[in-house]
Design a protein around this ligand. Sequence first.
Ligand code: GDP
Length: 444
Amino acid sequence: MFATLSDRLATTFKNIRGKGRLTDADIDATAREIRIALLEADVALPVVREFVARVKERARGEEVSQALNPAQQIIKIVNDELITILGGETRRLRYAKTGPTVIMLAGLQGAGKTTLAAKLALWLKEQGKAPLLVAADLQRPNAVNQLQVNGERVNVPVFAPQPGNGVGDPVAVAREAVEEAKRKLHDVVIVDTAGRLGIDEELMKQAADIKAAVNPDEVLFVVDAMIGQDAVNTAQAFLDGVGYDGVVLTKLDGDARGGAALSIVQITGKPVMFASNGEKMTDFDLFHPDRMAGRILDMGDMLTLIEQAEKTFDQAQAQQDAAKIATGEFTLEDFLKQMQQLQKLGSMSKLMGMLPGMGQFREQLDNFDDREIDRIKAIIQSMTPAERANPKILDGSRRARIAKGSGRQVSDVNQLIQRFTEASKMMKQLASGGGMPGMPGAPG
Ligand code: GDP
C-alpha cells in the first residue's frame, strides 16, 4: 500500500532538493505534483483540494525555519498535513466504567470483520483483558463457525447460538452475550455482526437494532482499504444508517493505492482506531497517524532528524555563517563551532543513519568512528586564534607544533587544512549560487 504515492512524493521532493529558496512558482509546481500524487493514490477530491491548499498556504507563510532547507521544510509541512488528514492523535479505545466494555463491529461482508474480531480479542488479551467473542452474524451460513475457528486460534471463548436453532435472532444473541459476559467475568465483549456484499436497508436496520439493544461503548466500522473510493461511500452509508465511533482499516498489507485510508477520516469525521495488515492474528495494531504518515513519506528517520535540527540549530549563528561563507570569511574557528553544534544532535553515524537511502551503507556507518570528529576538533583547538582565522599562515613549523599539541601526525593536520580549504571554496561557490550553509566537508 502507498508505494506509488511514496515514490511520487519522493520525486517531488527531489526536484526541489537543491534549491536555496523556493519561489512562488516552485511552490505552485510542487503543489501541483502533490495534487497529482494524491489523486493517483485515489484520495477523494475534496480531501486533495484541502490538503494541497493548506500545504501551499503554509509553504508561502512565514513559518519557515532557518534550520531547514526548502525541501526539508516542504517535507515537514506535508508530513504534518498527512498526520492531520489521518486524524492527528492516536485514538485509543474507551472502556466502560462499570460492567463489561461492549465493542460492536459493523461493515460489509468480506471487509475482514470476523478476522478482525479475533485479532482484536488477541490484542485485548495481551493488554490483560478477558474478552468474549460474540457471533451475531447469523446471516452467512458459515459465519458462526468461522468466528469459532478464529476464536480457537487466539484462545478466546466464542458466544454463539446453539446449532440447530434455526436462523436465530442476532439482537437476542448480542443481548444474551452481554449477560453471559457479566456472569463469566469477561471485561470486554466483541460483537461481530452480519455484513452484506452491498449496502442494504435490512442490514443497516439489524446493525442499528443490535446497537440499540447492547448500547456499545464503541461501534467500529470495519472497512477493506483495498476497495478504494468505495470505502469512502460505504463509510458514509454506515455512518448515516448505523452510526459508529471509529474506523478499522483492514488489508493494509495489500497493494491498493491507499486513498481510502487518506480520505476516510476527513470525509466521515471519525478516527481510524485500528489497522489490520495481514492474515496472521498478530498483524494488527492501534492506528498511529504519525507513523502512517512516516511510512507514506518513506523518509527513514529524516523527520526525526528535521525535528532535532530545528531544536538544536542556532538560527542567528547560521545566518552569520551563511554570510561568512558567501564572503569567503568562514574560518576554522567557525568550522569548529559548527562541528560542536552538530555533535549536539548526536553521534555522526546515528545522524547519517537517519538519512533516507543510507540503509545500504549500514556497514560503513557502523564502522564510522565518531572519535574522528573529536580528533579534528583537537587539531583545530591546538591552533592559535590567528591560525584559525587564517590557515594560510600555517607553515611547516606551525603544523608540527599543532600536530604535537593535538597528539596527531603532521599529515593529519595537512589533510584537514587541505580539505577545509577545498570545502570553503566549494561552499563559497554554492553560497553565491543561493545554496544553504552547511558543513564544509564531512571528515572521514
Ligand atoms: P467478514 O466477512 O467481514 O467477516 O470478513 P472475513 O474476516 O471473513 O475476511 C475476508 C477475507 O479477508 C478472509 O479471507 C481473510 O483472511 C481476509 N483478511 C482479513 N483481514 C485481512 C488483512 O488484514 N490482510 C489480508 N491480506 N487479508 C485479510
